[in-house]
Design a protein around this ligand. Sequence first.
Ligand SMILES: Nc1ncnc2c1ncn2[C@@H]1O[C@H](COP(=O)(O)OP(=O)(O)OP(=O)(O)O)[C@@H](O)[C@H]1O
Ligand SMILES: O=P(O)(O)OC[C@H]1O[C@H](OP(=O)(O)OP(=O)(O)O)[C@H](O)[C@@H]1O
Ligand SMILES: [Mg+2]
Length: 281
Amino acid sequence: MLRIAVPNKGALSEAAAQLLAEAGYRQRRTSRDLVTVDPDNDVEFFYLRPRDIAIYVGEGTLDVGITGRDLLLDSGASAQEVKGLGFGASSFHFAAPVGDLPSDRDVAGRRIATSYPGIVRSWLSERDLDAHVVRLDGAVESSVRLGVADVIADVVETGSTLRQAGMEVVGEPILRSEAVVITPRDGDRPDGYDVFLRRLDGVLVARSYVMMDYDIRAEQVEQAVALTPGIESPTVSPLHREGWVAVRSMVPRDTAQRVMDELWVLGARGTLVTEIAACRL
Ligand SMILES: Nc1ncnc2c1ncn2[C@@H]1O[C@H](COP(=O)(O)OP(=O)(O)OP(=O)(O)O)[C@@H](O)[C@H]1O
Ligand SMILES: O=P(O)(O)OC[C@H]1O[C@H](OP(=O)(O)OP(=O)(O)O)[C@H](O)[C@@H]1O
Ligand SMILES: [Mg+2]
């Protein structure tokens, strides 16, 4: 049975459960359930703190996990990222009270508060810099005002927490993160692993593409399919109306409106866009 670690709370848990449900897996009934067995798919889900997931997977106790890239790197666990999942996006930054710190290298010699000491220490040692790292569990933005640190290194999503604290990011992002699938660094692929990844891929593709259908004069079809090349190749079928064809193709969701505008100019009519519920490519 494939053993999979899933975030039990926090920023990643809801989206992870949603992804797994869309991939056809049974999910826990209440947020207090620790384990869910899905016998139909021969999979067992363990609901764990996202910060701990890389540890379990790195030890090989669990076969696969969903966690944040930043949490994986911070843990130093012997686990590897195999796939980005496109949710839980954030960046990790140094920040200081507005106007306090000209550049990120000026963190040298200061007290840096963070919940991610592993990432901060690696950043410092890669640059041969030294600083005092103060590990805090959360609400890191308050640490400077309260006098335990001069600078922070923290997750920034919208930036509103920093603004509220009168702080600004300093330098380039230390790291860009999102939710990722992780596996042990060494070891064989367990039974069911390939199917699991294929199912997740199916959901991610279904989310990022739409299905587009339109009718166009046969003379224009080459120009039209250049706009909608699909993933393999578009389907072109004859229409009852003489000289016209119907085209069906997958189109990246975020380009769909622009593609429809361009197809209209080419003379396409009856363009319909529909959701893809699931797919295997
Ligand atoms: N606004 C956000 N705040 C915190 N983490 C976020 C945010 N957006 C995305 N993430 C990502 O979520 C993961 C952290 O999840 P985690 O559950 O540990 O934090 P949390 O949501 O702050 O929960 P808690 O503070 O209750 O521990 C990291 O990978 C982080 O990059
Ligand atoms: O850029 P923003 O959209 O404001 O989001 C980033 C903030 O959200 C998280 O805190 P969280 O709410 O998890 O509280 P915590 O610090 O207690 O973990 C994170 O640690 C930042 O403080
Ligand atoms: Mg938090």
